[in-house]
Design a protein around this ligand. Structure first.
Ligand SMILES: Cc1cc2nc3c(=O)[nH]c(=O)nc-3n(C[C@H](O)[C@H](O)[C@H](O)COP(=O)(O)OP(=O)(O)OC[C@H]3O[C@@H](n4cnc5c(N)ncnc54)[C@H](O)[C@@H]3O)c2cc1C
Length: 282
């Protein structure tokens, strides 16, 4: 399926962002590869969108193709007693539930994360640094398309670090599939951990407003406390969750960007240079 001038506000958790020239949702890998070939031959840029839960899209939108893999990479299979092969377009929630059902450790700490496998691998999604848990902990390898062929990287070759991976350096590589070797865990234990994580999220995370989770990578706790409650138009630094920006009404990505700049400036005054964790699409 191809949607022309599709507003990305409909495909991001911030619910802002202008149109993509083309939003492509291929049904099969063959269709995906054919379209990439077309893009390369015509010098048309392309990027992959997961669930849009870590992206701030410009109000002017983005040129070229935006590709969603929720149809062509939606498989999930148990390939061995403890090995799961999962498509990049599968939601983390489905992956976690599938692991739990099969008596495997389900990365339950990701139960509160509204992303896809592809986005989670790209970002090396996980807990805050002190808890030190990452989606890559039990990953064995990743299959990706480099524009001409399907290749495989082992976990070590993915250069994972805090909210980063080799894919940040190769934004034209398309993650297709991930393979995990998960330890045994009775399903009741997994289900209990999943529930606990969701309850924790309701208690401590400001989930009732559109947001994109943490804005900065490893910022300063004192600065986050100072930012809490600062508002600009219909956008504000969450009063409940440090490092989150919420949308309280009709808004634009320009307004969010302004508050991000305020956050950067405040960090700068505390002598800390911070990197944005969310991806900015112009
Ligand atoms: C309420 C809330 C809570 C959150 N909590 C957490 C948390 O606890 N821990 C955490 O780490 N994050 C958290 N996040 C941030 C976000 O959910 C994660 O970063 C998630 O992994 C992003 O996945 P996604 O599918 O939405 O990716 P997107 O936001 O769609 O994309 C993120 C990046 O990945 C790239 N990408 C996506 N799929 C592919 C692919 N198949 N191939 C190549 N590149 C790809 C995109 O191009 C983009 O650069 C939270 C967000 C929200 C809204």
């Amino acid at each position: 399926m191809k949607l022309f001038s599709e507003h990305l506000s409909k495909h991001t958790t911030f619910k802002v962002g202008g149109p993509a020239d083309v939003l492509l949702i291929p049904e099969t890998l063959e269709e995906l590869f054919k379209e990439i070939e077309y893009c390369r031959a015509n010098n048309t840029s392309f990027r992959v969108l997961g669930n849009g839960s870590n992206i701030l899209v410009s109000d002017d939108g983005v040129r070229g193709y935006v590709i969603k893999l929720n149809k062509c990479c939606n498989h999930i299979t148990l390939t061995n007693q403890n090995q799961i092969r999962v498509g990049a377009g599968v939601s983390l929630q489905s992956f976690i539930k599938f692991s739990i059902k099969n008596n495997l450790y389900g990365n339950e700490f990701l139960s509160s994360v509204p992303g896809t496998i592809g986005g989670a691998i790209f970002m090396n999604a996980g807990t805050w640094v002190d808890k030190n848990l990452y989606v890559s902990d039990f990953l064995t390898h990743v299959k990706y398309f480099d524009g001409s062929e399907i290749k495989t990287l082992t976990k070590d070759e993915c250069s994972f670090s805090y909210r980063s991976s080799i894919f940040h350096k190769h934004e034209d590589w398309i993650i297709l599939e991930a393979c995990f070797n998960l330890p045994f865990q009775p399903s009741e234990v997994g289900e209990e951990k999943r529930k606990q994580r969701l309850e924790w999220s309701i208690l401590y995370q400001d989930i009732k407003y559109p947001n994109a989770g943490s804005i900065f990578c490893q910022g300063n706790g004192r600065v986050f406390n100072l930012l809490k409650g600062i508002k600009w138009k219909n956008v504000g630094w969450s009063e409940k969750t440090g490092n989150w920006i919420n949308i309280y009404g009709t808004s634009s990505s320009r307004d969010i960007y302004f508050l991000i700049k305020v956050g950067k400036l405040l960090h700068y005054l505390f002598l800390k240079k911070v990197k944005t964790e969310i991806r900015i699409w112009n």
